[in-house]
Design a protein around this ligand. Structure first.
Ligand SMILES: Nc1ncnc2c1ncn2[C@@H]1O[C@H](COP(=O)(O)OP(=O)(O)OP(=O)(O)O)[C@@H](O)[C@H]1O
Length: 249
């Protein structure tokens, strides 16, 4: 079973080096971004998500759309448990896998082998699971003996191959992605697509933030349209996508 329940979930990001005084003149709301405000202690905050109510169940394949700064990445971070709500609640049941910033946690001075361990640990994967997948990651990334060399000796494409192979080693209940990942040269792209499809196919809930109408039409059965940190509309791709993509945003 996998489920996500957000109840009036709000995410405020405190900004420590901004002054509230200069904001008093900013009456007109910016066209993009969350709401700039001050909290009850007078500190400047950005309300990136504002009172979100959401209920997702197994079988939901959700596309999150919205203009720049609407709150999509913040939503992905909240659903990945990177952020906790400032107020309201987020109940997330099921194992979570993310394909966000796949290069994070990759150390250029460490070897490929060491990076499998480092990045795997950062993704919350147990030592046993990392060990069980190591051979398969080496084979999939096609790095041969380079796996024993420091990452700074890899080309960008080689680094991406390894990062991708590590990030896709597990099959989570809830898969959270920032756009569709396309990595490597033509040969690798094909393999990577198959592996992505397998990961997406076995996930119970898929959440992808995207600016692509095609991705929404082909992969999603639900769309959430965010604007200034709030849900503006929620519904089927057939209903929501034309409204959003034809709105000139
Ligand atoms: N680390 C941060 N510090 C301060 N403000 C932030 C931070 N991250 C996001 N914000 C603010 O939160 C709001 C939502 O940002 P978010 O990155 O979630 O938007 P987005 O919809 O993913 O945008 P984009 O399509 O441009 O990536 C914006 O107003 C942004 O200024």
């Amino acid at each position: 079973m996998a489920s996500i329940t957000l109840n009036n979930a709000t995410v405020d990001i405190p900004i420590y080096n901004a002054s509230t005084r200069s904001l008093k003149t900013t009456i007109i709301k910016a066209a993009t971004g969350g709401i700039i405000a001050s909290d009850n202690k007078g500190r400047v905050i950005i309300r990136a998500l504002d009172s979100i109510n959401l209920s997702l169940r197994s079988g939901d394949r959700v596309g999150i759309i919205g203009h720049n700064g609407a709150g999509k990445s913040t939503m992905l971070r909240l659903l990945s448990r990177i952020y906790t709500p400032t107020s309201g609640t987020a109940e997330i049941i099921g194992s979570i896998g993310t394909l966000l910033d796949i290069g994070i946690g990759i150390d250029p001075e460490s070897t490929g082998m060491e990076n499998i361990q480092l990045r795997g640990t950062l993704l919350g994967i147990s030592d046993e699971e990392i060990k069980a997948h190591t051979e398969e990651i080496i084979e999939f990334s096609d790095l041969g003996d380079f796996i024993h060399m420091p990452l700074r000796t890899y080309s960008t494409g080689m680094q991406l191959r390894l990062a991708f192979a590590i990030s896709t080693m597990v099959r989570p209940d809830i898969l959270i992605m920032d756009e569709w990942m396309s990595v490597g040269d033509e040969g690798f792209k094909h393999k990577a697509k198959e592996r992505m499809n397998a990961m997406v196919g076995s996930s119970k809930i898929l959440i992808v933030a995207t600016h692509s109408a095609e991705l929404i039409q082909t992969q999603c059965n639900k769309v959430i349209w965010l604007e200034h940190g709030k849900i503006k509309m929620e519904g089927s791709p057939e209903d929501i996508a034309p409204l959003y993509f034809n709105s000139g945003l």
